[in-house]
Design a protein around this ligand. Sequence first.
Ligand SMILES: O=C(CO)COP(=O)(O)O
Length: 286
Amino acid sequence: MGRKFFVGGNWKCNGTTEEVKKIVSLLNAADVPSPDVVEVVVSPPYVFLPVVKSSLRPEFHVAAQNCWVKKGGAYTGEISAEMLVNLDIPWVILGHSERRAILAESNEFVGDKVAYALAQGLKVIACIGETLEQREAGSTVDVVAAQTKAIAEKISDWSNVVLAYEPVWAIGTGKVASPAQAQEVSWFSFIYSINSWSKLTYVFHISNQKNDIMMIFGAATLKWLQTNVSPQVAASTRIIYGGSVNGGNCKELAAKPDVDGFLVGGASLKPEFIDIIKSAEVKKNA
Ligand SMILES: O=C(CO)COP(=O)(O)O
């Protein structure tokens, strides 16, 4: 089964009604590849979900940025998966590294959320990724493996999951990490030593300098899903990348054979998001 290119726009905690309308108009007017080529999902803050859903072109979908871990009730400030289903919101982002790092969401909690949301019929963009501190402490390997395992242990059906690898240090920073940095060694040892993943895993080092994208592209076929779920699931689960993706670097990133798409933050609020959606063409023509 093919892995359709996926472009998600995570608007995070940004926007006014006027700004949201502007972005929607921009998206609606854009000349982009057909839904056969690219799946586009934008994720406004909760309060804007209904207006975006009702005004966005029908082939683009919406995602919530989070939802509660179980059935709603006395959980002040939370939004339940059932509410999203009730509003016909098809997707939810769970386990974003900002929530893990800033709001202390544990691996287990995220795993439970993913399982609960899927059980209610939502599709999930499940995020994994290490903080700069974790990376600098040399624990990237353990952190990302544990995050993935915590999800894998709670679900058996991956057909409605997109896995987003988003290192916190690459988010919104354009932070340069040179190939000479020791962390790469961690990544390669991770890639070749952990056998609990199902498919290609990669890491990007992105510079904010023009034409200076450094990509470390390590890959291994990891066995966990194959052994514990099925080879079909292993082959069909999309792994997308997030962290400083923009109009300038998207084509080069999209051209990599195992990049199944992007989760875009800052640039998803700007006209360059259209260019990022269009980068799916690179895959089609590959
Ligand atoms: O966190 C992200 C998407 O979820 C990435 O953010 P930036 O694209 O702003 O780096």
